[in-house]
Design a protein around this ligand. Structure first.
Ligand code: NDP
Length: 284
């Protein structure tokens, strides 16, 4: 079997188009969703991500503010900016680009963001809401993974899903979302002893490991849906996922490429979360 490719770029572009249409309508009734992105320091990858987020916001018609702060910004200065944005009526979403420089405490910073404006979904209140099945802002990459699975028409109910990776940013929230879709979920990590056996039973695989080409075709069940979250740069400069695409596509029914799979969905879901946050703030 050769897998069908799940085209994240195309799906994300449709999501963005829908958001733009909704924003056009909201603007007529006087609401412009606003996103503030805070970048501390000069990490090159973070600069690229922040630039893409800014561009995406402008494209869909959001109000966009980007704060590029120097590396030596103190915790107090950063918290003061977050407090100001928490009460700023033009701003409905606040995102602090991670990782932060080492002298800043990520947990304290994330906890300072108003949960209603926490469009990354990392605040413990939003993480807890996801855990207990209540409404909240859901982390962007996991939300994008579920969107991609749904686009294939695959029904998750009662199916076995294996998530490889248990980070708070990807692995754990994506496992919770799969559970909320009534999948039977297994979470694997670096101490898992029988990874291949687990994977061979999986109707859905979500790989979020951070190791290039780690999951190979011989570990994939025939016809399964494979979502590759990994972004790894090889020494030759090539970008690859956590799944060995060439061998896995011969077994899977559906597979995401890297690049062009989960990556574009992350920003699309950030826009979606900002729109939702704006609507929630207006309604309550
Ligand atoms: P983390 O490093 O936080 O987590 C990696 C996870 O993989 C850990 O839970 C770790 O287990 C597990 N792991 C490591 N080695 C093994 C192994 N041999 N067998 C099984 N599990 C293992 O990474 P993130 O979750 O933040 O990111 C994962 C990947 O996704 C990265 O490549 C990252 O770049 C990418 N990413 C992509 C995004 C996108 O927009 N497409 C967004 C976010 C991340 P343990 O907990 O036991 O250490």
């Amino acid at each position: 079997m050769t897998a069908k490719i799940i085209n994240g770029k195309e799906i994300a572009s449709t999501v963005r188009k829908n958001i733009k249409e909704q924003v056009d309508r909201l603007k007529e009734s006087g609401l412009t969703p606003g996103l503030a992105v805070i970048l501390v320091g000069t990490d090159p990858a973070s600069q690229v991500y922040v630039g893409s987020k800014e561009k995406a916001c402008i494209e869909v018609g959001f109000h966009s503010e980007v704060y590029r702060l120097p590396e030596e910004t103190t915790q107090e200065e950063l918290l003061a900016l977050i407090q100001k944005l928490n009460t700023d009526e033009k701003i409905h979403g606040i995102l602090v680009q991670l990782p932060l420089p080492k002298h800043l405490d990520e947990k304290v910073v994330i906890n300072a963001i108003s949960p209603r404006k926490d469009v990354d979904g990392f605040h413990p209140l939003n993480a807890g809401a996801l855990f207990v099945g209540e409404k909240g802002l859901v982390p962007c990459t996991p939300k994008g993974c579920i969107h991609l699975i749904k686009e294939t028409g695959f029904d998750l109910k009662g199916k076995k899903a294996v998530v490889v990776g248990r980070s708070n940013i990807v692995g754990k929230p994506v496992a919770m979302l799969l559970l909320n879709e009534n999948a039977t979920v297994t979470i694997c990590h670096s101490r898992t002893q029988n990874l291949k056996e687990e994977l061979l039973q999986a109707d859905v695989v979500v790989a979020a490991v951070g190791k290039p080409n780690f999951i190979t075709g011989d570990m994939i069940k025939e016809g399964s849906v494979v979502i590759d979250v990994g972004i790894n740069r090889l020494e030759n400069g090539k970008l690859v996922g956590d799944v060995d695409f060439d061998s896995a596509k011969e077994k899977a029914g559906w597979i995401t490429p890297v690049p062009g799979g989960v990556g574009p969905m992350t920003i699309a879901m950030l826009l979606q979360n900002t729109l939702e946050a704006a609507q929630n703030i207006m309604e309550n």
